[in-house]
Ligand binder design. Structure first.
Ligand code: A3P
Length: 302
């Protein structure tokens, strides 16, 4: 199958993991060879397309409880862990990644593991990614929004260029109809969570009731999920503080900063608050050119 042989990752050479280990660029070779279980479930998304949201929903459906996962989404990200770290996870494991299809564990393809792929319109992804980077880097961040838009459009960004990723997924799905993939859009999930969560439940083949789906939709609304995530982080940070007491450490500040970094606004169409008319026209022109052979239909507003 052609996507497996496609090239490796295209991180910009100056990309920094901010000290996180292992480095996803190196780790990709281990992850590709990772052992998979038939009931593994993998959430795939370009950064900022709704990975966390889909992961939490999937978790609830499989656990038959509308309760947040006890550990943050980052603990389940393939690229930031060596495969052994997932060995003692109980089945079914719900993992997630921003790797493209040709970089996920080969065994997951061979064993026809369920893959949920979520996409989001590129203007909102750009705004979200810009704020994420900025918030993550803190005061050291010097890049302007205008510069960011140019890079996002023309260059390789974190993991890869947005358009290259979208097109490579589209190509792979079209040419490999046997792949066990459910394709979703962030905008659809926002528009009608009940409908989309039901789709996920059917794909996962779990039993559900209308009440349960409604409960998950409520728990996974932006506001509720942000509050839930804070609780998880508070718990994790408290453990950390117990191990490494530091009198200058202010857990609440740190929790707020992390929470606002991962849960910023959660809307469709926030890009209109950021794009100037010039940037928007430039974006549209590049979009049309890059996506001219694509059948993808992104919605930029609801
Ligand atoms: P914004 O920056 O536009 O708010 P990912 O998990 O792939 O990194 O995606 C992060 C984006 O999804 C952020 O977008 C985040 O706020 C949004 N998000 C997270 N949980 C959400 C939810 N429950 N409902 C809507 N959007 C959510």
């Amino acid at each position: 199958v052609d996507f497996i042989q496609a090239g490796d990752m295209h991180f910009p050479t100056n990309w920094s993991t901010g000290g996180i280990s292992p480095d996803p660029r190196v780790n990709v070779h281990r992850i590709k060879r990772m052992k998979a279980r038939e009931d593994d479930i993998l959430i795939c998304a370009f950064p900022k397309a709704g990975t966390h949201w889909t992961w939490e929903i999937t978790h609830m459906l499989l656990n038959e409880k509308a309760e947040y996962a006890k550990k943050g989404k980052e603990t389940a990200m393939l690229e930031f862990h060596i495969p052994d770290e997932f060995d003692d996870w109980p089945s079914p494991r719900v993992l997630n990644t921003h790797y493209e299809l040709h970089n996920i564990p080969r065994e997951m393809i061979d064993k026809k593991c369920k893959i949920i792929y979520i996409q989001r319109n590129p203007k909102d992804v750009a705004v979200s990614l810009y704020h994420f980077e900025k918030s993550f880097a803190g005061e050291d961040y010097v890049r302007s929004w205008d510069d960011f838009v140019h890079t996002f459009l023309h260059d390789v960004h974190t993991y890869n260029n947005y358009f290259t990723c979208a097109l490579s997924w589209e190509h792979a799905l079209k040419n490999n109809p046997d792949l066990n993939v459910l394709s979703l859009y962030y905008e659809d999930l926002k528009e009608d969570p009940i409908r989309e969560i039901t789709k996920i439940a059917r794909f996962l083949n779990v039993s559900y009731t209308e009440e349960f789906i409604a409960e998950i939709a409520e728990k996974c609304s932006f506001k509720a999920m942000k509050a839930g995530d804070k609780e998880v982080r508070r718990h994790e940070l408290q453990n950390w503080a117990n191990y490494f007491p530091d009198e200058n450490f202010t857990p609440e500040e740190s929790i707020d900063r992390m929470s606002n970094t991962f849960f910023r606004k959660g809307d469709v169409g926030d890009w209109k608050n950021w794009f100037t008319v010039v940037q928007d026209e430039m974006f549209d022109a590049v979009y049309e050119e890059k996506m001219k052979d694509s059948k993808l239909k992104f919605r930029f507003n609801l």
